[in-house]
Design a binder for this molecule. Structure first.
Ligand code: ADP
Length: 388
């Protein structure tokens, strides 16, 4: 690729608000700082404001309140074509009557005064990079979904933008091609080093692709952190439930002495966790969260919970057992050779370090921060043991 004429740039959201139709708040007081060259995914359910966020950067929607800056400069009053951005849409938005070559060069001809031979050079170079050099004279209708996706991405790359904006760019592809294009996009982004903001409703895509994830719900920021933090230290119950598949298990509990008391079970917790709970004054109205892969099936010891097998889901390398704990469902991941029979009674257990605890009133994960510290300590101890 030729040397970039546009350096990658940071994007800062400063109390950004978007109101549609006078009173519908789609994005509410959104703050975030995206660094130069980062690959950011924006994830959340349908209607959470993801596209609105992207469309405001692109200049397709006005900002109702607050500001967005690219580098040090506010985008307010800057024409969309002068913002140094290039956008890839879910439906690719290719011009059907133009060849691939024309689709890729059209934007440059329209918005820059680059000479024709420079435009041609960039298009050829990018087409080669995207593996579509043999399709340059074809029309979009004659291309496969994957090729159309490459043309749409190539068209964004030739513009050598400061920022790529991608709105669900892979959702029209079949599962296998999606996985392939996901790694291809990641590799491209690494190679180009261009700041990328990628919108998806697919939590798996967010976990696998990005440097950091923005989780949105109802137009509000829920968490902005690297994938492993979002997964292991979800800030609140929404994030805990939305990220991870099958989803985290949740149980209503209350603190009784040194024990969490739920419907039909008791679970002893160590003093450090008790202190955290007491510090937050949420002794009742708690929700215990534990991921399916953090539970031991057929566990030994005193601190276990009794459950009955309801459903076995065979999934190949792993199986999922759906258990019933006094009327509450609990999903457990087990190795592929563990195949319990429906109606079996078992004991399950988990490491208290793996559990999450939410304040029902606020949804806040009371253990998120301390959990991070405990995990680091655990890794240190394990590292030291291995070294010894
Ligand atoms: P997402 O991309 O997360 O699915 P959107 O940003 O598209 O969410 O939409 C956020 C909310 O704003 C939704 O409730 C949607 O219906 C509403 N919305 C989006 N665009 C408009 C519009 N042009 N006029 C009115 N409401 C809109």
């Amino acid at each position: 690729m030729s040397e970039s004429t546009n350096d990658p740039a940071s994007v800062t959201f400063d109390s950004v608000r978007k109101v549609y139709l006078d009173d519908f708040v789609a994005v509410n007081g959104f703050d975030a700082e995206i660094e130069d060259g980062e690959f950011i995914t924006v994830v959340g359910p349908s209607g959470s404001g993801k596209s609105t966020l992207l469309r405001m950067i692109a200049g397709l929607e006005e900002i109702s309140d607050g500001d967005i800056r690219i580098g040090d400069d506010s985008i307010k009053g800057v024409e969309p074509q002068d913002r140094g951005i290039a956008m890839v849409f879910q439906n690719y938005a290719l011009y059907p009557h133009m060849t691939v070559r024309k689709n890729m060069s059209y934007g440059l001809k329209l918005t820059t005064d680059l000479p024709d031979d420079e435009i041609e050079r960039r298009v050829s170079e990018t087409a080669e990079m995207m593996g579509i050099e043999d399709q340059l004279d074809d029309k979009p209708a004659n291309l496969s979904g994957g090729q159309q996706q490459r043309v749409a991405t190539g068209r964004a790359i030739v513009r050598d933008p400061k920022i790529f904006l991608m709105d669900e760019p892979l959702s029209n592809l079949d599962a296998k091609l999606k996985v392939h294009m996901r790694t291809e996009l990641q590799r491209l982004q690494e190679e180009l080093g261009t700041t990328t903001i990628y919108v998806t409703h697919d939590q798996h895509e967010a976990l696998t692709m990005s440097d950091r994830i923005i989780v949105l719900d109802g137009g509000e920021l829920q968490q902005f952190a690297p994938p492993d933090t979002v997964y292991n230290e979800p800030a609140n119950r929404f994030v805990a439930d939305f990220i991870g598949s099958p989803a985290m298990n949740f149980f209503d509990v209350e603190l009784g002495g040194t024990t969490l008391v739920g419907d039909g079970f008791e679970y002893d917790v160590p003093p450090a966790i008790i202190d955290t709970i007491l510090g937050n004054e949420a002794k009742s109205g708690l929700e215990l969260g534990i991921r399916p892969e953090d539970i031991t099936y057929d566990a030994a010891g005193d601190n276990t919970i009794s459950a009955v097998v309801d459903v076995l889901e065979v999934a190949g390398s792993d199986n999922f057992v759906y258990l019933d704990i006094e009327g509450t469902e609990c999903r457990v991941r087990v190795p592929g050779d563990v195949k319990p029979t429906v109606g079996d009674r078992t004991e399950i257990g988990f490491d208290p370090d793996d559990m999450h605890l939410f304040d029902v009133r606020t949804g806040e994960n009371l253990l998120a921060e301390s959990k991070g510290k405990r995990a680091a300590r655990k890794a240190d101890t394990e590292g030291a043991e291995e070294a010894a």
